[in-house]
Design a protein around this ligand. Structure first.
Ligand code: ZN
Length: 207
């Protein structure tokens, strides 16, 4: 598989998540990027997180991987060849400061190990995806449960918008936004990432 190139992330793409952080629901897709150095696979190992920069929040998200060059009119089912469940880790206190200053989010969203990915599986298509929930389990308790049918901007809108504004090609991945239930990560937390009830990745966070 082509190595991962650009890491696009969609912010505030689920109404209940936007509301839990007292954010307005956006009227057009709201995107940011992470550096590729942020990538780490959750394959059972310890993942080291920043210890002295305030709270780190987990955000479980469905991640789409682009398998073809984008062309106008192409459907998501043709464009995307695989998917994973990811965690868009966020330094929430840092992000709050950046928001207040009107600064970009890179410091809060782009640190090393901030883009956690389960293994990739073949993309089953949008329709199938809507029939399966994704979930994040922390220390045995399900803390997030999402389904892409609750997105504000659906995958087709996201890929078209991304391609129009920035370009979209083979190897790009898109974190498509988190549902409600985000919260703090603590030292020693054991995490499992699930799709359709199947565990696709696990890790332990160390601070
Ligand atoms: Zn996110």
């Amino acid at each position: 598989m082509t190595p991962i190139k650009n890491i696009y992330c969609v912010g505030r793409n689920y109404v209940l998540h936007a509301k839990e952080l007292n954010n307005k629901v956006p009227t057009s897709p709201f995107l940011f990027l992470k550096p590729t150095h942020a990538l780490v696979e959750a394959n059972g190992q310890d993942i080291i997180l920043p210890a002295n920069q305030g709270s780190v929040h987990y955000e479980a998200e469905l991640v789409l991987r682009i398998g073809k060059p984008y062309e106008k009119g192409i459907k998501v089912d043709e464009l995307v060849n695989s998917m994973a469940i990811g965690i868009d880790l966020t330094l929430r206190d840092v992000q709050d400061e950046l928001k207040e200053k009107g600064y970009p989010w890179l410091l809060a969203k782009g640190f090393q190990n901030s883009a956690v990915l389960s293994k990739f599986i073949d993309f089953p298509g949008i329709e199938k995806c809507e029939q399966e929930d994704f979930a994040l389990i922390k220390n045995g308790e399900q803390v997030q449960l999402g389904n892409i049918k609750n997105m504000i901007f659906d995958p087709q809108t996201i890929v078209d918008f991304t391609a129009d504004h920035f370009g979209l090609g083979v190897g790009d991945i898109i974190f498509t936004g988190t549902p409600e239930g985000v919260g703090k990560v603590h030292d020693g937390d054991q995490i499992s990432l699930l799709f359709g009830g199947e565990i696709l990745g696990t890790c332990t966070f160390k601070k």
